[in-house]
Design a protein around this ligand. Structure first.
Ligand SMILES: *[C@@H]1O[C@H](CO)[C@@H](O)[C@H](O)[C@H]1NC(C)=O
Ligand SMILES: *[C@@H]1O[C@H](CO)[C@@H](O)[C@H](O)[C@H]1NC(C)=O
Ligand SMILES: *[C@@H]1O[C@H](CO)[C@@H](O)[C@H](O)[C@H]1NC(C)=O
Ligand SMILES: *[C@@H]1O[C@H](CO)[C@@H](O)[C@H](O)[C@H]1NC(C)=O
Ligand SMILES: *[C@@H]1O[C@H](CO)[C@@H](O)[C@H](O)[C@H]1NC(C)=O
Ligand SMILES: *[C@@H]1O[C@H](CO)[C@@H](O)[C@H](O)[C@H]1NC(C)=O
Ligand SMILES: *[C@@H]1O[C@H](CO)[C@@H](O)[C@H](O)[C@H]1NC(C)=O
Ligand SMILES: *[C@@H]1O[C@H](CO)[C@@H](O)[C@H](O)[C@H]1NC(C)=O
Ligand SMILES: *[C@@H]1O[C@H](CO)[C@@H](O)[C@H](O)[C@H]1NC(C)=O
Ligand SMILES: *[C@@H]1O[C@H](CO)[C@@H](O)[C@H](O)[C@H]1NC(C)=O
Ligand SMILES: *[C@@H]1O[C@H](CO)[C@@H](O)[C@H](O)[C@H]1NC(C)=O
Ligand SMILES: *[C@@H]1O[C@H](CO)[C@@H](O)[C@H](O)[C@H]1NC(C)=O
Length: 710
């Protein structure tokens, strides 16, 4: 038996192939329009050549697609390095449906013929350096336009956001105009003219005025983003008529008013609510618990207050809760977090919240970031915190937590912890010295400052081999700077100032790998950078980029000895603070090799000798303090040093120079020589004779110092 049948699938495939290969080659007219478009550019990124080499059928050309009649339906020339104006000839392709010109470098504006074309349904010109206003609506066009997707985002469009033309755009589904410089209001006609609008992104512009209450007429609207503008007024209750909304986002505007519980529940599809950075006030309504799909709640940086609604624990899909910088109060324990198994980030920074850390938080096993700092929390950190295996960022600073020993033993079980900010707690407790504190393999940032902790710098710190930032300042630590410090191979920021450390600077401190290497790029865990922990270094705003400042702060201790010559090895340093110690001897010339320095503070020590003239090579210095030492000779007058006030040099009676009242004698202005150790005694003799002129006190200091060098 032998029969021959064509399987229906094969037949379909055959038909598909047949249809896909153009039955007719493109028309001369279509070809001419395409070539005119390309010819209008100043750079075509090799497209003209590519087309030329592909034969005469324009349907075969790179980036071009046609229908069965040989009419061009698609132009996809994204990221082709196109430059120059977009020629309106493109709009002469009367069957054109899809145009993608994103990620090019055009000049000039967007031709009206494209926006109001009678055929185009998708127009993407995002990231293409287009400028000027959106084209005016051609008065000839009166019928409805077919455009469904318009992406003009990330260009340099400016002037008023058009308001009139939306009436004919009644097929529009997605409009992304974000990241431009549009001014004016959100046009009230938008949702009236475009009933199918599902996506509206206007964020990162300069829009102002009120939010029109017509947005609620967009019954299909799913994504509404208008953050980072200058919108004011309230969030109109009519907005909540757009019940399809899944993403409602107006952060960083000037909005105010209260969240209306009766209205917000209408948005039962809401997954993201972002109203951060406004002036919203009042409470979070109890009804928020009915938003079962809510995943992200951003209400940070507003003026909200009251207790957190217990129903928050009913939003079981919540991943992110950001309530920082508000005035929420009451006992956090009223919220049961146990059901929030998807919670990844809880940020309560700077509120008025109190109580202990609710036990229920410890069952949010996916929690990666928890910030409760600057509230009124108290109690101990439960050992159950070790259940949070994904916890990577914990900040509880500026509360009243107790028992640092228990806290550290509990936290060492959080294997993923990379940032631990626990300062201004544990007042007057003893720094745990217990060597069984280990773990913390991933810890990159540790701040235990302002705790008045007593005891030595503990040896367990030496096991934190991934540590990059260590802040122990403003405690009551005693003992010496540990010599193991250079075993922290990644440490690039060390602040132990305002303690009672004694002894000399260990030479190993001058061997810190990260501080020695100028070009060692510092990469913190990206998760860490996500959370704004930059407040740690508010003063380093410039010349930083993504780089973190390399800092060594030993100020306000009882350290003594000379500043080692080897300080010149720490070439990466941006900030060196040795102030308020008992350092003596000369300022090593090698400090002048620290050419990245922005802050140099050697004040309030017993340093002698001259200020090295080579300091003038420290071009980035913005803060410089040599005051209250025993420095002498002329102040270098060139370079950066001439820009600092006299207060930078005060309290060094033997200094002279144009900045100070006391001018230099000709002897003092004699060419400077670099003083070696051998020449020291000679220098002291000079200083003593100098001192005879300026008082017994100075002479006494010089004699005392002389003993150290004897
Ligand atoms: C093609 O476009 C240009 C510029 O928009 C216009 O002047 C011209 O009339 C159009 N030609 C045809 C045949 O449509
Ligand atoms: C246009 O091309 C870019 C880059 O390939 C792509 O990301 C984008 O989704 C395209 N636009 C549309 C509307 O498909
Ligand atoms: C422009 O927006 C449209 C609609 O949202 C989207 O499909 C397209 O991918 C976007 N283009 C780029 C380059 O992101
Ligand atoms: C709008 O476009 C920008 C890029 O310009 C993109 O980052 C953003 O996600 C888009 N908006 C939406 C809602 O897709
Ligand atoms: C905003 O647009 C600029 C180009 O105009 C682009 O470099 C930048 O990445 C865009 N930002 C976002 C968030 O898309
Ligand atoms: C917009 O919504 C309001 C309130 O529901 C309604 O009165 C009005 O007719 C709507 N406008 C249009 C054009 O649908
Ligand atoms: C924002 O709008 C207010 C009025 O609502 C105006 O005073 C202010 O100058 C605007 N700011 C910017 C940056 O446009
Ligand atoms: C919502 O939360 C409240 C208070 O936590 C609780 O009593 C109630 O049972 C929860 N409702 C639902 C539906 O989960
Ligand atoms: C914060 O709320 C408390 C009441 O809980 C109130 O006493 C205080 O004045 C509020 N602070 C601010 C800055 O609004
Ligand atoms: C934790 O998050 C992961 C993805 O990051 C997810 O697969 C898992 O279901 C979450 N765990 C719980 C308990 O929800
Ligand atoms: C701290 O906690 C540990 C372990 O729970 C306990 O043994 C110790 O007594 C506590 N210390 C203080 C000062 O409460
Ligand atoms: C500064 O560094 C250079 C090269 O690294 C070195 O040769 C020179 O001796 C250093 N100068 C001082 C004063 O340490």
């Amino acid at each position: 038996m032998c029969s021959f049948t064509v399987h229906p699938v094969v037949l379909q495939l055959f038909l598909l192939l047949f249809l896909a290969s153009p039955a007719t080659a493109c028309t001369e007219q279509e070809k001419r329009n395409l070539l005119q478009f390309i010819a209008g550019l100043s750079r075509d990124g090799g497209i003209a050549t590519s087309w030329h080499n592909s034969g005469t059928d324009c349907c075969e050309w790179e980036g071009i697609s046609c229908n069965g009649d040989g009419a061009v339906t698609g132009v996809s020339l994204e990221s082709k390095g196109l430059e120059g104006p977009i020629s309106p000839f493109l709009a002469n392709l009367t069957s054109l449906l899809r145009v993608n010109l994103s990620h090019n470098s055009f000049s000039g504006g967007l031709p009206a013929e494209l926006v109001f074309s009678g055929s185009i349904i998708v127009l993407d010109v995002s990231f293409s350096r287009l400028k000027g206003p959106l084209p005016e609506f051609p008065s000839l066009v009166t019928t409805d336009r077919p455009l469904q997707v318009l992406n003009i985002s990330s260009n340099q469009f400016s002037s008023q956001f058009p308001s009139a033309r939306w009436k004919v755009m009644n097929s529009l589904i997605a409009l992304n105009a974000s990241n431009n410089s549009f001014t004016g209001n959100i046009p009230p006609s938008l949702c009236l003219g475009s009933p199918y609008l599902a996506l509206l992104d206007l964020c990162y512009n300069q829009l102002s005025g009120d939010i029109p209450n017509t947005l609620g007429n967009c019954s299909k609207l799913k994504v509404l983003k208008a953050g980072n503008n200058n919108l004011s007024g309230i969030l109109p209750v009519d907005t909540f008529r757009a019940t399809s909304l899944e993403y409602l986002s107006f952060p960083n505007n000037g909005l105010h008013g209260e969240l209306d519980g009766a209205h917000i529940v209408k948005l039962s599809n809401l997954a993201t609510l972002d109203l951060g950075g406004n002036h919203f006030s009042g409470k979070i309504p109890q009804s928020i618990g009915l938003l079962k799909r809510l995943e992200e709640l951003h209400l940070g940086s507003n003026d909200m207050s009251g207790e957190l609604p217990s129903t928050l624990g009913n939003c079981t899909n919540l991943k992110i809760i950001d309530l920082k910088f508000n005035n929420f109060s009451g006992d956090l324990g009223k919220v049961n977090f146990a059901a929030l198994q998807n919670l990844k980030s809880l940020d309560l920074l700077r509120n008025n919240l109190g109580g202990i850390i609710p036990e229920s938080i410890y069952s949010c096993s996916n929690l990666t970031a928890l910030r409760q700092s600057e509230n009124h929390f108290h109690g101990e950190i439960s050992s159950r915190i070790g259940n949070l295996k994904h916890l990577s960022f914990l900040s509880i600073s500026r509360n009243s937590f107790t028992n640092i020993t228990k806290a550290l033993h509990a936290l060492k079980s959080c294997r993923n912890i990379s940032a631990l900010v626990i300062g201004t707690n544990f007042m007057n407790e003893a720094m745990p010295q217990d060597e069984t504190i280990d773990g913390f393999q991933n810890l990159q940032l540790l701040t235990m400052d302002w705790c008045s902790l007593t005891g030595r710098i503990p040896i367990w710190l030496s096991k934190l081999t991934n540590l990059k930032i260590l802040q122990l300042h403003s405690n009551r630590l005693t003992g010496t700077m540990p010599s193991w410090i250079n075993s922290l191979n990644y440490l690039f920021s060390l602040d132990v100032s305002n303690n009672s450390l004694t002894g000399t600077i260990p030479i190993t401190l001058m061997e810190m790998p990260m501080l020695k290497s100028d070009n060692a790029a510092i990469y913190l865990d990206p998760n860490l950078v996500d959370l704004p922990i930059f407040y740690v270094y508010p003063s380093f705003q410039y010349r930083m980029g993504s780089d973190w400042p390399k800092v060594l702060k030993l100020g306000k201790n009882k350290l003594t000895g000379t500043i080692p010559q080897e300080i010149g090895h720490l070439k990466a340093l941006l900030c060196l603070d040795l102030s308020f110690n008992n350092f003596y001897g000369e300022i090593p010339q090698s400090i002048c090799n620290l050419t990245n320095l922005q802050i140099l503070d050697l004040s309030n020590n017993h340093l002698t000798g001259e200020i090295p003239a080579a300091f003038e090579t420290l071009h980035f210095l913005s803060e410089f303090n040599m005051s209250n030492n025993d420095l002498g000779g002329p102040i270098p007058t060139t370079g950066q040093l001439s820009t600092f006030p006299t207060s930078s040099f005060d309290g060094n009676p033997k200094l002279c120079g144009s900045l100070l009242i006391r001018g230099c004698s000709s002897a003092e202005e004699a060419p400077k020589y670099i003083i070696s150790a051998r020449e020291y005694s000679m220098k002291v003799i000079f200083a003593i004779s100098f001192g005879l002129f300026f008082g017994v006190g100075v002479l006494y200091d010089q004699l005392v110092l002389f003993r150290y060098f004897g």
